[in-house]
Write a protein that binds this ligand. Structure first.
Ligand code: ZN
Length: 240
């Protein structure tokens, strides 16, 4: 089975469409949360995911847009975007988002947004944090988003190895347990502004990362029309 894994789409429809076009055909689509927030087209992004048959989990921005957690926990720009999203989000999209779980299991993979021990808030960005999270899931592998940076932590005989995938990187899975981040579709933060996503071939046990160009200026223009914070508009150009 060929599975497209997408995270942190953040209401960025041009980025999502470019990624879906580039990764098709796939047999399943797993997304790791933060479908909305920051970006200007939350409803259209939810519709595109529904049409593509996406499963997966919800993130902190999704929960905040639904009023399930306090927007006060966000920084000023993120809060402004969350409040804008909560205002414009239509009922069908709200319902679909509200039905997403915090944690999901698909075969050998646990799916969460942040970390397995704290799916809403924790960032798995360092070896100590990764180490503390391996006991918090029972499948061999765990897929996480939230940091917007593609990254792999692999447990090898008690040691933790870190891999930083770039465009075209691949990983062969084996008995070693891993925590894997596909990177962000709609707001990359690793210095490469192209959309980022990965594909798992479940028969081969292999994963490939892809960087995909999209019309950043189109997303930025739509953000400006929506009067979203300038800093959020500008950062898309830098991928930071
Ligand atoms: Zn995010």
């Amino acid at each position: 089975m060929r599975v497209a894994v997408l995270s942190d789409i953040h209401g960025n429809l041009p980025a999502l469409q470019a990624v879906l076009d580039a990764l098709r055909p796939f047999d399943a689509l797993w997304q790791l949360g933060d479908i909305v927030g920051y970006g200007p087209e939350p409803d259209a992004v939810v519709s595109a995911l529904r049409e593509a048959g996406a499963g997966g989990v919800r993130g902190n921005h999704d929960a905040a847009a639904l009023g399930l957690i306090e927007a006060d926990a966000f920084n000023d720009d993120a809060r402004e975007a969350v409040e804008w999203t909560a205002d414009v989000l239509a009922e069908p999209a709200r319902e679909w988002l509200a039905n997403l779980p915090e944690r999901d299991t698909q075969g050998d993979f646990t799916l969460v947004h942040g970390s397995p021990r704290d799916p809403t808030w924790e960032y798995v960005y360092s070896m100590p944090v990764a180490r503390a999270n391996f006991p918090a899931f029972s499948t061999r592998h765990c897929l996480v988003g939230h940091t917007h940076v593609p990254l792999v932590f692999r447990l090898d005989d008690g040691r933790i190895e870190t891999l930083q995938p770039s465009d075209g990187s691949s990983l062969q899975l084996d008995d070693r347990r891993t925590i894997i981040n596909p990177g962000s579709v709609g707001q990359p933060r690793d210095g490469d502004p192209r959309a980022c996503a990965m594909v798992i071939d479940t028969e081969e046990g292999s994963i490939a990362w892809h960087r995909i160009d999209y019309e950043i200026a189109t997303t930025q223009a739509r953000m400006r029309d929506a009067r979203l914070p300038e800093r959020l508009i500008d950062r898309l150009r830098h991928g930071l």
